[in-house]
Design a protein around this ligand. Structure first.
Ligand code: SF4
Ligand code: SF4
Length: 174
């Protein structure tokens, strides 16, 4: 019987042991998360971010096109009027309420595509865990990027007539 024939049994056994030995020489692939975080792929779609201009003004103009484009009905936007004494974004309006229900979101990126000012962007943050349904509602304050260096926070007082365009000049996407 083959089972007791050393010529049939030993070579596969040695091959198996050699494979195991070789794997012990390789660098481990285990990542010590959360202390070490592996970079995500370039086109990864993670948690949304609401972007600001370099001067600190918010890119979102409260138009709700992202909410209209969302197939999961995950976005709620409520807009308010900007005034020169209290300006959040260029143009007439800003999003006074902006919420995304992460329990509904399917990370399709349609909101990003629909946004005329490139305000909403799916970033690389994948740490989305909650212990309560209400924690899955990400508000405008949670989503807004920090004010860039050299910029000013919002709201801010500006000279009358300094901002009259909602949509900035933009290059076609590469
Ligand atoms: S990524 Fe898709 S599902 Fe999620 S909020 Fe945007 S449009 Fe809606
Ligand atoms: S994120 Fe973009 S599409 Fe959505 S309300 Fe703001 S400006 Fe409009």
């Amino acid at each position: 019987m083959n089972l007791y024939n050393p010529l049939k049994v030993v070579p596969p056994l040695v091959t198996g042991l050699w494979t195991t030995f070789k794997s012990t020489l390789k660098k481990p692939v285990t990542i010590q998360y959360p202390e070490v975080k592996r970079p995500v792929r370039e086109r990864y779609k993670g948690r949304h971010e609401l972007k600001r201009y370099d001067n600190g003004l918010e890119k979102c103009i409260g138009c709700a096109l992202c909410a209209a484009a969302c197939p999961a009905d995950a976005i709620f936007v409520e807009a308010s009027e900007n005034i020169d004494e209290k300006r959040f974004s260029p143009g007439e309006r800003y999003a006074s309420t902006y919420e995304i229900n992460m329990l509904r979101c399917i990370f399709c990126g349609y909101c990003e595509d629909a946004c005329p000012t490139e305000a909403i962007v799916l970033g690389d943050n994948y740490e989305l865990s909650f212990t309560d349904r209400s924690q899955a509602i990400y508000t405008r304050e949670m989503l807004l990027d920090p004010v860039p260096a050299g910029g000013e926070p919002t709201p801010r007082e500006v000279e009358p007539g300094s901002f009259d365009r909602s949509i900035p000049e933009m290059k076609d996407p590469a």
